[in-house]
Design a protein. Structure first.
Length: 427
């Protein structure tokens, strides 16, 4: 790799997960339809050594919670060669998948689809590279990397993904960890001795981890701990799912802040702290059958919380408090898994001093145009676009796969429009 990139591109994409992969696909298809001078050029940087999408959560048997039709391209271009159906045809599984009679492929298969698309797309991706800073030099953005390279572009698209969130006061360790890399952490555990695990959280990921541990460690107890009395079913009914439609982004964006908050609250059960009903029923049946046999391994502690954690050489001492009564149960665990959500982009930290050139709301969230472009306060003529961290302005699809295809097309349209306008002004 060269120590300096003199060639300016139209776009530097920071992160190359599903969102910027979708953008790369849309860029390739756009460039086929315009002349050479109107094509959009891009370079992406990705900290992972290769394309990965939550590999630590590819639990056996888990399925997608969205339709395969919400892939990288179908809703933007149903004739695209990057659809999930075309992937199936290339893999020789199209007929077999049809026979499954499902809209929800396994998570493992969808990950393979994304890897297939990442290998296929004509994109310049610098893997194993981190962005360390960004400035505007008066005519272009300069993005520096951890290897000392400088990437220059008229626009930056930030798709850095989410950061795992642990409860206050909890420090990650070999035995205390977030669920987003649970498979890796389990592989790194010392030999399981106490034969007991605790899983904190009430969402889909938490329930999946509980089911996985219960299956993979047949001699171990698994303790699920959360503040609700029980897992709540996810609302994936047809009308509720309209909140993920492309048209819903327009509705949400033009709503008042008060209405946006109401809409988010109305539909939290479509995405937050909610579990697919079949999984809830399966876990309840497992627990009930153990009550019948008297051989208890699965314990669901509803209306409860972790009162104390004490990591010792033999494991983790966990105190579980039942909130209504105040009673405390103590167990010794091999590990505690926290399925406690994620934080969005820390935009001021990413932008550094450049953040002063953009406008933020009173609550610290950034102000964005409908095309996901940050509003600027100064003379910056290039654009900084966000893929993620826009739930407050664009709705629940901000960090989800549901709208990648359509959003990618909108970003390309905006980038192309601004490029053509700049060309006229420069002409």
């Amino acid at each position: 790799m060269s120590s300096n990139f003199d060639e300016e591109t139209d776009i530097v994409g920071v992160g190359f997960g599903p969102s910027n992969l979708g953008l790369a696909v849309a860029l390739e298809e756009h460039n086929r339809t315009v002349s050479a001078g109107e094509q959009l050029t891009a370079r992406f940087i990705e900290k992972q050594p290769e394309f990965r999408w939550h590999p630590g959560m590819l639990l056996p048997g888990t399925t997608m919670q969205i339709s395969f039709l919400k892939d990288l391209a179908t809703q933007r271009n149903a004739a695209s060669e990057y659809t999930f159906l075309n992937y199936l045809a290339h893999r020789g599984r199209l007929t077999h998948f049809i026979n499954l009679q499902t809209f929800f492929p396994s998570r493992l298969e969808f990950h393979d689809y994304l890897e297939w698309a990442a290998d296929k797309v004509d994109a310049d991706v610098l893997y194993g590279t981190r962005a360390t800073g960004v400035i505007w030099n008066g005519t272009q953005f300069e993005v520096t990397t951890d290897s000392g390279d400088v990437l220059r572009a008229r626009n930056v698209v930030l798709a850095g993904g989410l950061t795992a969130k642990l409860p206050d006061g909890v420090a990650a360790s070999t035995r205390l960890f977030h669920n987003h890399r649970v498979l890796e952490h389990l592989d790194e555990l010392p030999e399981v001795q106490q034969r007991s695990f605790a899983v904190v959280g009430a969402g889909q990921s938490a329930a999946e981890v509980v089911a996985h541990l219960h299956e993979q460690y047949p001699d171990s107890e698994v303790h699920a701990v959360f503040g609700k009395y029980g897992y709540s079913p996810a609302d994936d009914s047809p009308y509720a799912n309209r909140v993920f439609d492309p048209e819903a982004v327009d509705d949400f964006y033009q709503s008042t802040p008060e209405l946006r908050e109401q809409l988010i609250n109305y539909h939290r059960s479509t995405n937050y702290s909610a579990v697919d009903l079949p999984l809830i029923e399966e876990l309840y049946e497992r627990e009930y059958n153990e009550r019948v046999t008297g051989k208890r391994r699965l314990f669901v502690h509803g209306a409860s919380e972790i009162a104390e954690l004490n990591e010792i050489a033999e494991g983790v001492k966990v105190s579980i408090r039942h909130r209504p009564t105040g009673s405390v149960e103590q167990i010794l665990c091999d590990a505690v898994v926290f399925a406690t959500g994620f934080r969005t982009l820390d935009l001021p930290a990413i932008l550094g001093p450049l953040a002063a050139e953009f406008t933020f709301n009173s609550d610290g969230t950034p102000e964005l145009e409908r095309d996901y472009r940050l509003r600027t306060t100064g003379d910056i003529r290039g654009g900084v676009y966000l893929q993620g961290g826009t739930e407050h302005s664009h709705g629940l699809t901000s960090s989800l796969l549901s709208n990648i295809a359509v959003r990618s097309g909108e970003l390309v349209d905006s980038l192309y429009t601004h490029k053509m306008a700049d060309s006229v002004l420069a002409g």
